[in-house]
Design a protein around this ligand. Structure first.
Ligand SMILES: C[S@@+](CC[C@H](N)C(=O)[O-])C[C@H]1O[C@@H](n2cnc3c(N)ncnc32)[C@H](O)[C@@H]1O
Length: 287
């Protein structure tokens, strides 16, 4: 099912853009990711969903920040749960792909929920080593493996995947190339779930706030329309599209008040509230 050769950096990182993205994630040690991950050992590099528990703002001042960190982590884990809820019926015998797997949180949650095999790919060697360490610590390294590979050319077998997801990673890739590879990897009837930020075509060209997000993360946020064109071009048929924007705003408002705010909170809140940016989940089937 899984090929084992370790690819070289030059074969994985094919463009100057990919090298700069890999460099960003190799060096990244943002407390907003590390401190939240330390809460329970699930490390996420994505945003949160759902209402904030108001008890965070009660209790002693000295422990307020600690309560905020735990709450942000809870909301980020809730986001991954929403993604996993849409993968369909997954059996322990199924193999899944986490395309752009970060420090591995969502892959580990998928294995804990379904008992299935998961391969995660990332172009950051540091993240891959970290995530494999997490799988070892949990004793699931035989079922959850992370690879230094490019999601545009994973090397995995054709039709080997029951489901694939991208959790905030598609802004780093050409959608036609990525969905072409996912379409190849999915078994007929297999499921693709994407959670992403995308710009709003209805507002015309990208807003200043969206450009600031691109600059901050060295990414290229795509317009909403591009997702559906690229899915249609690759035999991926949407079954559900959910606008998660209103559900993610409380997370950003909480994060803006926390000690781990990075400065990108205002552009996100501006972009969401002015309507130039959406937080979207797209669920599609391979036909
Ligand atoms: C915002 S993080 C999301 C990580 C993870 N999905 C999560 O939810 O925690 C973006 C991830 O995309 C990965 N990435 C970017 N471009 C990639 C590519 N071409 N192939 C594989 N991974 C890529 C980065 O290395 C990083 O792990």
């Amino acid at each position: 099912m899984t090929t084992t050769a370790v690819p070289s950096a030059t074969s994985v990182l094919r463009t100057a853009f990919q090298k700069s993205v890999a460099n960003y994630w190799n060096l990244e040690k943002d407390p907003v990711n590390i401190k939240l991950g330390e809460v329970d050992g699930l490390y996420h590099h994505h945003y949160g969903l759902g209402p904030v528990d108001p008890s965070v703002f009660e209790g002693p001042d000295e422990t307020r920040d600690e309560r905020m960190i735990k709450e942000m982590h809870r909301l980020e884990t809730a986001q991954a749960d929403v993604l996993l809820d849409h993968l369909g019926d997954i059996a322990p015998t199924d193999a899944l792909l986490d395309a752009g797997s970060g420090r591995g949180g969502t892959s580990i949650m998928a294995n804990l929920r379904f008992g299935c095999e998961v391969d995660g790919v990332s172009i950051s060697e540091q993240q891959v080593a970290f995530a494999n360490g997490q799988a070892h610590e949990r004793g699931i390294a035989d079922r959850v493996r992370f690879h230094f590979r490019n999601m545009l050319d994973t090397g995995f077998e054709t039709a080997s995947r029951r489901a694939i997801w991208t959790n905030e990673t598609t802004m780093y890739v050409d959608l036609f190339e990525a969905f072409g590879e996912f379409s190849r990897l999915l078994a007929p009837g297999g499921r693709y779930v994407c959670i992403t930020g995308c710009s709003n075509d209805v507002m015309g060209l990208r807003s200043k706030a969206v450009s600031r997000i691109d600059e901050h993360y060295i990414c290229n946020i795509h317009p909403r329309s591009q997702y559906f064109k690229a899915l249609a071009a690759n035999n991926l048929v949407p079954i559900s599209v959910v606008d998660l924007t209103a559900d993610t705003i409380p997370y950003w408002e909480l994060r803006a008040q926390s000690s781990v705010a990075t400065g990108i909170e205002d552009p996100f809140l501006t972009a969401y509230k002015e309507g130039s940016f959406h937080y979207l989940m797209i669920v599609a089937d391979r036909v």
